[in-house]
Design a protein around this ligand. Structure first.
Ligand code: CP
Ligand code: NVA
Length: 310
Protein backbone atom coordinates (compact mmCIF):
# COMPACT_ATOMS: atom_id res chain seq x y z
CA UNK A 1 0.00 0.00 0.00
CA UNK A 2 1.45 3.35 -1.05
CA UNK A 3 1.10 6.63 0.77
CA UNK A 4 0.34 9.59 -1.47
CA UNK A 5 -1.20 11.91 1.10
CA UNK A 6 0.86 15.03 1.70
CA UNK A 7 3.50 14.30 -0.95
CA UNK A 8 4.99 16.84 -3.33
CA UNK A 9 4.84 16.27 -7.07
CA UNK A 10 7.89 18.05 -8.47
CA UNK A 11 9.43 15.36 -10.65
CA UNK A 12 8.22 11.93 -11.78
CA UNK A 13 11.52 10.60 -10.45
CA UNK A 14 10.08 10.87 -6.93
CA UNK A 15 7.44 8.24 -7.72
CA UNK A 16 7.84 4.52 -8.38
CA UNK A 17 6.48 2.76 -11.46
CA UNK A 18 3.70 1.20 -9.35
CA UNK A 19 2.76 4.58 -7.94
CA UNK A 20 2.64 6.17 -11.40
CA UNK A 21 0.43 3.35 -12.69
CA UNK A 22 -1.80 3.75 -9.65
CA UNK A 23 -2.13 7.48 -10.41
CA UNK A 24 -3.04 6.66 -14.01
CA UNK A 25 -5.58 4.01 -12.95
CA UNK A 26 -7.15 6.51 -10.56
CA UNK A 27 -7.38 8.99 -13.43
CA UNK A 28 -9.17 6.39 -15.57
CA UNK A 29 -11.68 5.73 -12.77
CA UNK A 30 -12.29 9.42 -12.09
CA UNK A 31 -12.69 10.14 -15.80
CA UNK A 32 -15.29 7.38 -16.21
CA UNK A 33 -17.24 8.54 -13.19
CA UNK A 34 -17.08 12.16 -14.39
CA UNK A 35 -18.37 11.10 -17.83
CA UNK A 36 -21.56 9.71 -16.31
CA UNK A 37 -22.03 12.89 -14.31
CA UNK A 38 -21.17 11.47 -10.91
CA UNK A 39 -20.19 14.02 -8.26
CA UNK A 40 -17.09 13.09 -6.28
CA UNK A 41 -16.55 15.91 -3.82
CA UNK A 42 -13.79 14.34 -1.80
CA UNK A 43 -11.85 17.61 -1.51
CA UNK A 44 -14.74 19.61 -0.13
CA UNK A 45 -13.42 22.54 1.90
CA UNK A 46 -9.86 22.20 0.55
CA UNK A 47 -8.03 24.96 -1.28
CA UNK A 48 -5.32 24.95 -3.92
CA UNK A 49 -3.20 28.06 -4.49
CA UNK A 50 -1.93 28.30 -8.09
CA UNK A 51 1.13 30.52 -8.55
CA UNK A 52 1.98 31.43 -12.12
CA UNK A 53 5.18 33.15 -13.21
CA UNK A 54 4.36 32.34 -16.87
CA UNK A 55 1.21 32.24 -19.01
CA UNK A 56 -1.03 29.17 -19.17
CA UNK A 57 -4.28 27.91 -20.61
CA UNK A 58 -4.36 24.14 -19.98
CA UNK A 59 -2.54 24.03 -16.64
CA UNK A 60 -4.54 26.84 -15.12
CA UNK A 61 -7.96 25.70 -16.32
CA UNK A 62 -7.38 21.99 -15.71
CA UNK A 63 -6.16 22.51 -12.14
CA UNK A 64 -8.95 24.97 -11.39
CA UNK A 65 -11.59 22.61 -12.79
CA UNK A 66 -9.99 19.57 -11.16
CA UNK A 67 -10.24 20.94 -7.65
CA UNK A 68 -13.65 22.48 -8.35
CA UNK A 69 -15.05 19.14 -9.54
CA UNK A 70 -13.65 17.48 -6.42
CA UNK A 71 -15.53 19.97 -4.25
CA UNK A 72 -12.60 22.26 -3.41
CA UNK A 73 -11.54 25.73 -4.41
CA UNK A 74 -8.65 27.13 -6.44
CA UNK A 75 -7.01 30.52 -6.14
CA UNK A 76 -5.11 31.96 -9.11
CA UNK A 77 -2.10 34.10 -8.23
CA UNK A 78 -0.67 35.68 -11.37
CA UNK A 79 2.84 36.84 -12.29
CA UNK A 80 2.23 40.37 -10.95
CA UNK A 81 1.37 39.11 -7.46
CA UNK A 82 3.84 36.23 -7.18
CA UNK A 83 7.18 38.03 -7.19
CA UNK A 84 8.83 34.80 -6.05
CA UNK A 85 12.20 35.72 -4.59
CA UNK A 86 11.76 39.32 -5.73
CA UNK A 87 8.90 40.85 -3.75
CA UNK A 88 9.72 38.48 -0.93
CA UNK A 89 11.83 35.45 -0.20
CA UNK A 90 10.56 32.13 -1.49
CA UNK A 91 10.69 30.66 1.96
CA UNK A 92 8.42 33.42 3.28
CA UNK A 93 5.88 32.77 0.50
CA UNK A 94 6.03 29.06 1.34
CA UNK A 95 5.62 29.49 5.09
CA UNK A 96 2.69 31.92 4.75
CA UNK A 97 0.76 29.91 2.15
CA UNK A 98 1.39 26.77 4.20
CA UNK A 99 -0.84 28.24 6.94
CA UNK A 100 -3.65 29.28 4.59
CA UNK A 101 -4.17 26.69 1.86
CA UNK A 102 -4.02 22.90 1.54
CA UNK A 103 -1.74 22.58 -1.51
CA UNK A 104 0.20 24.78 -3.92
CA UNK A 105 0.70 24.40 -7.66
CA UNK A 106 3.51 26.50 -9.10
CA UNK A 107 4.53 27.34 -12.66
CA UNK A 108 7.94 28.91 -12.40
CA UNK A 109 11.20 29.45 -14.24
CA UNK A 110 13.76 27.89 -11.96
CA UNK A 111 13.13 24.35 -10.76
CA UNK A 112 15.03 25.33 -7.63
CA UNK A 113 12.10 27.61 -6.69
CA UNK A 114 9.94 24.50 -6.40
CA UNK A 115 12.52 22.73 -4.26
CA UNK A 116 12.68 25.77 -1.97
CA UNK A 117 8.88 25.94 -1.71
CA UNK A 118 8.76 22.25 -0.83
CA UNK A 119 11.48 22.67 1.76
CA UNK A 120 9.67 25.42 3.65
CA UNK A 121 6.12 24.08 3.56
CA UNK A 122 4.45 20.97 4.86
CA UNK A 123 1.57 20.96 2.36
CA UNK A 124 2.00 19.34 -1.09
CA UNK A 125 3.80 21.38 -3.76
CA UNK A 126 2.95 20.53 -7.37
CA UNK A 127 5.12 21.38 -10.36
CA UNK A 128 2.93 23.06 -12.97
CA UNK A 129 6.05 23.43 -15.21
CA UNK A 130 9.58 24.57 -14.50
CA UNK A 131 12.64 24.98 -16.70
CA UNK A 132 13.56 21.35 -15.95
CA UNK A 133 10.32 19.35 -15.74
CA UNK A 134 6.64 19.27 -16.65
CA UNK A 135 5.48 16.11 -14.87
CA UNK A 136 1.72 16.87 -14.94
CA UNK A 137 1.93 17.10 -18.73
CA UNK A 138 3.50 13.67 -19.04
CA UNK A 139 0.87 12.18 -16.69
CA UNK A 140 -1.85 13.42 -19.05
CA UNK A 141 0.15 12.23 -22.07
CA UNK A 142 0.58 8.74 -20.64
CA UNK A 143 -3.13 8.56 -19.85
CA UNK A 144 -3.81 9.44 -23.50
CA UNK A 145 -1.44 6.78 -24.82
CA UNK A 146 -2.98 4.19 -22.49
CA UNK A 147 -6.46 5.08 -23.74
CA UNK A 148 -5.50 4.98 -27.41
CA UNK A 149 -3.01 2.11 -27.40
CA UNK A 150 -3.96 0.07 -24.35
CA UNK A 151 -0.39 0.01 -23.05
CA UNK A 152 2.66 2.21 -22.59
CA UNK A 153 5.27 -0.55 -22.59
CA UNK A 154 6.59 -1.50 -25.99
CA UNK A 155 5.18 1.54 -27.78
CA UNK A 156 7.85 3.37 -29.74
CA UNK A 157 7.54 6.95 -28.55
CA UNK A 158 9.51 9.38 -30.73
CA UNK A 159 10.07 12.89 -29.44
CA UNK A 160 11.05 15.54 -32.02
CA UNK A 161 12.36 18.85 -30.80
CA UNK A 162 13.96 20.71 -27.96
CA UNK A 163 15.60 18.88 -25.05
CA UNK A 164 13.37 20.90 -22.73
CA UNK A 165 11.18 20.41 -19.65
CA UNK A 166 8.70 18.19 -21.54
CA UNK A 167 11.52 16.11 -23.02
CA UNK A 168 13.12 15.77 -19.56
CA UNK A 169 9.89 14.54 -17.99
CA UNK A 170 9.50 12.03 -20.82
CA UNK A 171 13.02 10.76 -20.15
CA UNK A 172 12.25 10.34 -16.46
CA UNK A 173 8.97 8.55 -17.23
CA UNK A 174 10.71 6.24 -19.68
CA UNK A 175 13.42 5.41 -17.14
CA UNK A 176 10.97 4.71 -14.31
CA UNK A 177 8.37 2.80 -16.34
CA UNK A 178 10.69 1.03 -18.78
CA UNK A 179 9.44 2.69 -21.96
CA UNK A 180 10.80 2.78 -25.50
CA UNK A 181 11.73 6.42 -26.14
CA UNK A 182 13.63 7.95 -29.05
CA UNK A 183 14.83 11.53 -28.74
CA UNK A 184 15.49 13.48 -31.92
CA UNK A 185 16.87 16.92 -31.15
CA UNK A 186 19.45 19.14 -32.82
CA UNK A 187 23.02 19.49 -31.60
CA UNK A 188 23.21 21.97 -28.73
CA UNK A 189 19.51 21.53 -27.96
CA UNK A 190 19.73 18.10 -26.41
CA UNK A 191 18.38 17.20 -22.99
CA UNK A 192 20.57 17.76 -19.94
CA UNK A 193 23.23 15.10 -19.49
CA UNK A 194 22.37 14.60 -15.84
CA UNK A 195 18.73 13.79 -16.63
CA UNK A 196 19.70 11.65 -19.62
CA UNK A 197 22.14 9.63 -17.50
CA UNK A 198 19.60 9.28 -14.68
CA UNK A 199 17.00 7.95 -17.14
CA UNK A 200 19.51 5.50 -18.66
CA UNK A 201 20.55 4.20 -15.26
CA UNK A 202 16.95 3.83 -14.07
CA UNK A 203 16.00 2.38 -17.43
CA UNK A 204 18.68 -0.31 -17.22
CA UNK A 205 16.65 -1.80 -14.33
CA UNK A 206 13.16 -1.15 -15.69
CA UNK A 207 13.86 -2.46 -19.21
CA UNK A 208 13.66 0.90 -20.97
CA UNK A 209 15.11 1.56 -24.40
CA UNK A 210 16.09 5.21 -24.53
CA UNK A 211 18.01 6.25 -27.62
CA UNK A 212 19.18 9.40 -29.32
CA UNK A 213 18.64 9.63 -33.07
CA UNK A 214 19.76 12.73 -34.97
CA UNK A 215 18.04 11.77 -38.22
CA UNK A 216 14.29 12.55 -38.03
CA UNK A 217 13.47 9.98 -40.73
CA UNK A 218 15.06 7.21 -38.68
CA UNK A 219 13.49 8.50 -35.44
CA UNK A 220 10.07 8.40 -37.11
CA UNK A 221 10.55 4.88 -38.49
CA UNK A 222 7.80 2.60 -37.11
CA UNK A 223 6.92 5.06 -34.34
CA UNK A 224 3.67 4.34 -32.48
CA UNK A 225 3.61 7.74 -30.79
CA UNK A 226 4.95 10.92 -32.39
CA UNK A 227 5.49 13.75 -29.95
CA UNK A 228 6.58 17.33 -30.40
CA UNK A 229 6.67 20.61 -28.46
CA UNK A 230 7.47 24.22 -29.29
CA UNK A 231 11.01 24.94 -30.46
CA UNK A 232 11.30 27.96 -28.16
CA UNK A 233 9.82 27.48 -24.69
CA UNK A 234 8.31 30.27 -22.63
CA UNK A 235 11.05 32.76 -21.79
CA UNK A 236 13.12 31.78 -24.85
CA UNK A 237 10.94 33.42 -27.50
CA UNK A 238 13.74 35.82 -28.48
CA UNK A 239 15.80 32.84 -29.71
CA UNK A 240 13.05 31.75 -32.10
CA UNK A 241 14.66 32.92 -35.33
CA UNK A 242 17.90 31.12 -34.61
CA UNK A 243 16.08 28.05 -33.34
CA UNK A 244 13.98 27.76 -36.50
CA UNK A 245 17.21 27.28 -38.46
CA UNK A 246 18.31 24.42 -36.22
CA UNK A 247 14.94 22.75 -35.80
CA UNK A 248 13.25 22.99 -39.19
CA UNK A 249 14.27 19.47 -40.26
CA UNK A 250 12.47 18.14 -37.18
CA UNK A 251 9.05 19.41 -38.16
CA UNK A 252 6.30 16.83 -37.61
CA UNK A 253 4.57 16.63 -40.98
CA UNK A 254 3.12 14.13 -43.44
CA UNK A 255 6.60 12.74 -44.12
CA UNK A 256 6.95 11.90 -40.40
CA UNK A 257 3.61 10.10 -40.46
CA UNK A 258 4.55 8.22 -43.64
CA UNK A 259 7.55 6.69 -41.85
CA UNK A 260 5.62 5.83 -38.67
CA UNK A 261 3.27 2.92 -37.96
CA UNK A 262 0.02 3.20 -39.94
CA UNK A 263 -1.93 3.63 -36.66
CA UNK A 264 0.55 6.07 -35.08
CA UNK A 265 -0.87 8.79 -32.87
CA UNK A 266 0.44 12.35 -32.70
CA UNK A 267 0.74 14.23 -29.44
CA UNK A 268 1.69 17.83 -28.71
CA UNK A 269 1.50 19.30 -25.22
CA UNK A 270 0.23 22.59 -26.72
CA UNK A 271 0.29 25.52 -27.16
CA UNK A 272 1.50 24.70 -30.69
CA UNK A 273 3.20 26.95 -33.19
CA UNK A 274 1.30 25.64 -36.18
CA UNK A 275 3.39 25.10 -39.32
CA UNK A 276 6.62 25.38 -37.36
CA UNK A 277 7.10 22.25 -35.22
CA UNK A 278 3.90 20.67 -36.55
CA UNK A 279 1.94 21.25 -39.73
CA UNK A 280 -1.75 22.16 -39.73
CA UNK A 281 -2.32 19.02 -41.75
CA UNK A 282 -0.97 16.76 -39.01
CA UNK A 283 -2.30 18.77 -36.08
CA UNK A 284 -5.83 18.62 -37.50
CA UNK A 285 -5.45 15.21 -39.14
CA UNK A 286 -6.87 11.83 -38.17
CA UNK A 287 -3.73 10.69 -36.28
CA UNK A 288 -3.74 13.70 -33.98
CA UNK A 289 -4.99 13.20 -30.42
CA UNK A 290 -3.89 16.60 -29.12
CA UNK A 291 -7.31 17.69 -27.86
CA UNK A 292 -7.92 14.42 -26.01
CA UNK A 293 -4.43 14.89 -24.60
CA UNK A 294 -5.28 18.40 -23.39
CA UNK A 295 -8.49 17.13 -21.79
CA UNK A 296 -6.57 14.41 -20.01
CA UNK A 297 -4.62 17.02 -18.06
CA UNK A 298 -7.89 17.50 -16.15
CA UNK A 299 -8.36 13.81 -15.36
CA UNK A 300 -4.72 13.08 -14.56
CA UNK A 301 -4.49 16.05 -12.20
CA UNK A 302 -7.78 15.19 -10.55
CA UNK A 303 -6.25 11.83 -9.67
CA UNK A 304 -3.12 13.56 -8.41
CA UNK A 305 -5.05 16.04 -6.23
CA UNK A 306 -7.36 13.32 -4.93
CA UNK A 307 -4.43 11.17 -3.89
CA UNK A 308 -2.13 13.78 -2.39
CA UNK A 309 -4.77 16.05 -0.82
CA UNK A 310 -7.50 13.75 0.50
N1 CP B 1 0.57 22.14 -21.98
C1 CP B 1 0.49 23.15 -21.11
O1 CP B 1 1.03 23.09 -20.00
O2 CP B 1 -0.26 24.20 -21.53
P1 CP B 1 -0.36 25.63 -20.85
O3 CP B 1 0.97 26.27 -20.98
O4 CP B 1 -1.44 26.35 -21.59
O5 CP B 1 -0.72 25.43 -19.40
N1 NVA C 1 8.27 23.49 -23.33
C1 NVA C 1 7.13 24.39 -23.27
C2 NVA C 1 5.94 23.67 -22.73
C3 NVA C 1 4.68 24.47 -22.68
C4 NVA C 1 3.54 23.74 -22.07
C5 NVA C 1 7.49 25.61 -22.43
O1 NVA C 1 8.16 25.44 -21.41
O2 NVA C 1 7.09 26.70 -22.80
Amino acid sequence: RWVFKGRDFLNLADYSADEIYYLLETAVVLKRRWMIGEKIEILSGKTLAMLFEKPSLRTRVSFEMAIHQLGGKAMYIGPQEVGLGKREAIKDVAMVLDRMVDAIMIRTFSHDNLIQMAKYSVIPIINGLSDLHHPCQILGDMLTILEKKGTLKGQKISYFGDGNNVCHSWLVAAGVLGLNLTICSPNNYQPQTEIWDWAQEKGSHSGATIVYEADPDIAAQDADVIYTDVWASMGKENEMEERIRHFQKLQVNQNTLDKAQPDAIVLHCMPAHRNLEITDEVMDGSHSVVIDEAENRLHAQKALLALIMS
